[in-house]
Design a protein around this ligand. Structure first.
Ligand code: IPM
Ligand code: MG
Length: 369
């Protein structure tokens, strides 16, 4: 059997720094657990634009299609704000999602006990919080046609985007939410705007159809997305799995992320259809962005990216126990008070650097043996 393969795309800003720490973790699993990956590395986002004039070259796209899983750091930065829309760093990420057909985006919002004080909500509302947001990632208003900016022939312009969902697109992401719920607390809440959008009516009907025909054992509820946003900050622990469309999922997942106290802690997985080798097409990335304000200073928190690798172990390589080992190692480090600056209060001591944080996780892994 060949080793499973990974393509690492560090990207921009803090992406390369946090990915260096993930490399240490990958090495550790190789040396100490005999879990060996063939690892390749390539450019995406602004870094790819600088080298090739495109945020994702065809060669890199082909490599991404050929590996078992892609690990991505972050894309974007102020330097690229002036670029034409078609070559902005974000287009590289969106191309990966679309061409790999990664329709199911898993964004866990989990509150680590040691960090409950960092939430903007009262501690008791978030302690023990564990929500999974399943965001549709390859359709909806992000990709719908027609789109563009056109003249209105009266001296003004019209900006157009189209929200569009098919039966199949809704059903497949709904199935992935129900599957996850069965392995968690067996509850799914679906969010749309069926009160104002036809695509929302279809969404609600199709999610209900999948439930009634295939997952009647899972508890299903529906909410309008605006009410859902309100409930997320009012009583977040009422949720188990939330399934929603591309745009609402973008907003709701940022909101849910902040409940947990730090964007620097949250991983994500984007999964597509199961390939011939039995593994889903997959891309793993931290929820946080490229954080240009702290890039290159050794201040970035590598945990979200490390935990994204844990998700890869679980969802791509069926190594749930090893994923849990890594997640526990991160928890141990936090509980021991080793923290990057984003996880510290003013009165706390000296912040750990990105490298120190990565090293501490490796040490905690070592101690887990
Ligand atoms: C995200 C980001 C992306 C999105 C951007 C960078 C294209 O906000 O992954 O949530 O809007 O999907
Ligand atoms: Mg977003």
């Amino acid at each position: 059997m060949p080793n499973p393969s990974l393509l690492i795309l560090p990207g921009d800003g803090i992406g390369p720094e946090v990915m260096t720490e993930v490399r240490k973790i990958i090495d550790w699993f190789d040396r100490k657990r005999g879990i060996r990956f063939d690892v390749g590395e390539d450019l995406v986002g602004g870094a790819a634009y600088d080298a090739h004039g495109t945020p994702l070259s065809d060669e890199t796209m082909a490599r991404a299609m050929a590996v078992d899983a892609v690990l991505l750091g972050a894309v974007g930065g102020p330097k690229y704000d002036v670029l034409d829309f078609s070559v902005k760093p974000e287009r590289g990420l969106l191309r990966l999602r679309k061409e790999m057909d990664l329709f199911s985006n898993l964004r866990p919002a989990q509150c680590f006990d040691a960090l409950a004080d960092f939430s903007s909500l009262k501690k008791e509302l978030v302690t023990g919080l564990d929500i999974m947001i399943v965001r549709e990632l390859t359709s909806g208003i992000y990709f719908g046609e027609p789109r563009g900016i056109i003249d209105d022939n009266e001296g003004g312009r019209i900006g157009i985007n189209t929200q569009r969902y098919t039966t199949n697109e809704i059903r497949r992401v709904a199935r992935s939410a129900f599957e996850l719920a069965r392995r968690r607390n067996n509850r799914v809440c679906s969010m749309e705007k069926a009160n104002v959008m036809e695509s929302g009516i279809l969404w609600r009907e199709e999610v209900q159809w999948v439930h009634d025909n295939e997952y009647p054992d899972v508890e299903l509820s529906h909410m309008y997305a605006d009410a859902g946003a309100m409930q997320l900050v009012r009583q977040p622990k009422q949720f188990d799995v939330i399934v929603t469309d591309n745009l609402f999922g973008d907003l709701l997942s940022d909101c849910a992320a902040m409940l947990t106290g730090s964007l620097g802690m949250l991983p994500s997985a984007s999964l597509g259809v199961v390939m011939e080798n039995g593994r889903p097409r997959a891309l793993y990335e931290p929820v946080h962005g490229s954080a240009p304000d702290i890039a290159g200073q050794g201040k970035a928190n590598p945990c979200a990216c490390i935990l994204s690798f844990a998700m890869a172990l679980r969802y791509s390589f069926d190594l749930g126990d090893e994923a849990s080992r890594l997640e526990r190692a991160v928890e141990t480090v936090l509980a021991n008070g080793i923290r990057t600056a984003d996880l510290m209060m003013a009165e706390d001591g000296k912040a750990a650097s990105t490298t120190e944080m990565g090293d501490a996780v490796v040490q905690a892994l070592e101690a887990s043996l």
